[in-house]
Design a protein around this ligand. Sequence first.
Ligand code: DGY
Length: 323
Amino acid sequence: MAKPRVLVTRRWPEKVERVLAARFDTTLNETDRPLTQREFAAAMKDFDAVLPTVSDRLPASIFEEPPLRTKILGNFGVGFNHIDIAVAKAAGTTVTNTPGVLTDCTADIALTLMLMAARRAGEGERQLRTGGWKGWCPTHMLGRQLTGKTLGIIGMGRIGKATAKRAYFGFGMKVLFFNRSIIDDDETRAMDAQQMKTIDEVMAASDFVSLHCPGGAENRHLVDARRLALMKPGAFLINTARGDVVDTVALVEIMKQGAIAGAGLDVYEEEPAIPAGLTDLENVVLLPHLGSATAETRTAMGMKVVENISAFFDGRDPPDRVA
Ligand code: DGY
């Protein structure tokens, strides 16, 4: 029987590309150039599986030119707000993602941002590299410490919990959280983490607010001007979730007013564009969506996709089906 035709939309870790090439009739993207919308629509007619990633865009129009050959989109990434899931479902296209394997990696980046923002690490490095450092003195570039502070988590899923654990066990932080469903498990009890009824309560009571909820229409600008205004004057906002969860214009404005102490961002609304005003602020740490960027994690993400599409083509239910 002919092997399924599989298209990989970007370069993946070599080891995973090798496994895909051995198992399927695989077309790799040697140049790593992102596909255009027209190329995506054509691929949906030509391949049995398309393997997109979080920087691709798969709106309704991609699914609207039947007959479609693509039966499964094996997404490389846990977030899937770049795919019109409702339309994919209606078109009979299965969609899978890669949960679980990027939990620790992303929680590490949340802590990196907390430390960098609170200890002014970006600012300090810029000063040193541009020759502006005049030497040690008792009042030079004083930051804030994490120890003993309160961390507020919005979205206590896998990554939210892993971030909370690092903060509680590593830095002696108190943990508050908001989550839509009630969470009462051993992990959360061991951290003495307190579930609050509203996001507003978490915003108002935390020294660090860390976002761990999905992006997309449902959570668009969940953190808006009103909620930012609830934050303590010395507080920091950390976003490793999705850019659209925060109203960036409102964030820039509140930071310009000095109403919060700083922010640490790994994700942006229109990546790779960085919203106007952010790069002018010294007290915001900006990373280029590095949450899952370790060799180990990216390989594990790729192998999850292999697992999902292998199950699908073997006639089994893919373990990480989201549509
Ligand atoms: C994901 O998988 O959704 C992450 O944002 C990639 O780092």
